[in-house]
Design a binder for this molecule. Structure first.
Ligand SMILES: Nc1ncnc2c1ncn2[C@@H]1O[C@H](COP(=O)(O)OP(=O)(O)OP(=O)(O)O)[C@@H](O)[C@H]1O
Ligand SMILES: [Mg+2]
Length: 152
């Protein structure tokens, strides 16, 4: 089952991220996908602020993975857009069981390497208005289904 959520502002997307953060657990994996400039990094920033990460979240496009350890739980922020093929070199699977939270932008580009249990959020721009985003949220696994039921 998927949930459709309309975000009408950057603030709406941040609120959603903060609600999901409130249901966090170790080894949580959140996979973000969808249009360029649709809010994946904004979502990550909202999540990180709720987690009380002190460092500024910057897009990890060139580093692929950034680790933030100042929050209530470690946050591993990945952006695999420019990865082209070297997935194995990253040791990405290690992050899924390190006890923190992994958020992956452009996760559909590494579909074969994602854990079976995860929360997927697909962002789509809308023709309706510049600040509207259509989000399709799909939980895979009981823990993620419970989160969706609790907050959506
Ligand atoms: N409803 C909304 N939700 C999120 N961001 C919005 C919304 N409306 C407008 N915006 C704007 O859209 C932009 C989203 O940028 P962001 O960097 O988060 O996109 P992205 O999906 O990470 O892009 P990329 O694919 O390049 O990594 C921001 O400038 C933000 O202010
Ligand atoms: Mg981004």
């Amino acid at each position: 089952m998927s949930y459709k959520v309309i975000s009408r502002s950057e603030k709406d997307t941040i609120n959603l991220a903060q609600n999901i953060e409130s249901e966090k657990f170790p080894n949580m994996v959140i996979c973000l996908m969808g249009d360029l400039g649709s809010g994946k990094t904004i979502f990550t920033k909202g999540f990180a602020s709720s987690l009380e990460v002190e460092e500024a979240i910057t897009s990890p496009t060139f580093n692929i993975i950034k680790e933030y350890t100042s929050g209530q739980m470690p946050l591993y922020h990945m952006d695999v857009y420019r990865l082209d093929g070297k997935v194995e070199d990253l040791g990405i699977e290690e992050y899924f069981t390190k006890g923190g939270i992994t958020i992956i932008e452009w996760a559909d580009m590494i579909e074969d390497y994602l854990p079976e249990e995860r929360l997927e959020i697909k962002f789509r721009l809308s023709d309706e208005d510049e600040d509207t985003r259509i989000l399709t949220i799909t939980p895979y696994g009981q823990e993620y289904e419970d989160i969706c039921e609790a907050i959506l």
